[in-house]
Design a binder for this molecule. Structure first.
Ligand SMILES: Cc1cc2nc3c(=O)[nH]c(=O)nc-3n(C[C@H](O)[C@H](O)[C@H](O)COP(=O)(O)O)c2cc1C
Length: 195
């Protein structure tokens, strides 16, 4: 039998999780970026709803609470260091994290906060709700508009994951994503895509 060790204080126990860059904006439309390790799919389609979990201490928490808009931008390995940087300093004191990290804002179509050019996947979100949960608050966002780098989108608009050069975050560490292992439903000998 496999020996199991009790983990006394569970901390961020679900892994791997993608890290995303969250962009919000103040009342003067000045954008701010922060890194979020918790970015998850909740409602898959029509409407597509995602979740992020933010501490009240972040500047972003206050901005989204007031403006009810944000964008989620999924980074590639090419900007790993920039993503780490914007997740370790706050924009609260007026610093411009776009300039500091050398990231490029592109106007969104449906919301004020811009998307980030260097990120291959960009989601424009309307904040549906904010729920106090524990040490983080849960923000649900409806994806109003989604864009992805054209060379990373395949047939039937599926994202070409192997071209994303994505990475994962767990236990304070960043990891590469490995090779594809199979398709949904492969155990039943069929392509189980639900779309
Ligand atoms: C990889 C990584 C993941 C993070 N995940 C979260 C998260 O899910 N929620 C959160 O509140 N802060 C998270 N942070 C910390 C914030 O990004 C950090 O506090 C940031 O400075 C907040 O910026 P702001 O004050 O400009 O909003 C993470 C940081 C890193 C580097």
């Amino acid at each position: 039998m496999t020996e199991k060790t009790r983990i006394d204080v569970p901390f961020r126990p679900v892994f791997p999780s993608p890290a995303g860059l969250i962009v919000s904006a103040d009342e003067n439309k000045k954008p701010n970026i922060m890194t979020a390790g918790e970015v998850f799919n909740i409602g898959l389609k029509n409407p597509c709803i995602i979740g992020i979990a933010l501490r009240k201490a972040t500047y972003t928490h206050g901005l989204i609470s007031r403006t009810r808009e944000f964008t989620v931008n999924l980074p590639s390995r090419a900007i790993l260091e920039k993503m780490d940087l914007v997740g370790t300093v706050s924009g609260r004191d007026g610093r411009d994290k776009f300039a500091e990290a050398g990231l490029t804002p592109i106007p969104s179509v449906t919301v004020i906060p811009p998307i980030i050019e260097e990120c291959p996947v960009n989601l424009e979100c309307k904040c549906l709700s904010i729920t106090e949960v524990g040490d983080h608050d849960l923000f649900l966002g409806e994806v109003l508009y989604m864009r992805a780098d054209a060379d990373k989108v395949g047939e039937r608009q599926r994202l070409l994951i192997d071209k994303m050069d994505s990475f994962l975050y767990a236990e304070w560490e960043y990891y590469e994503i490995g090779k594809k292992l199979g398709n949904f439903g492969f155990s039943r000998g069929k392509d189980g895509r639900l779309r």
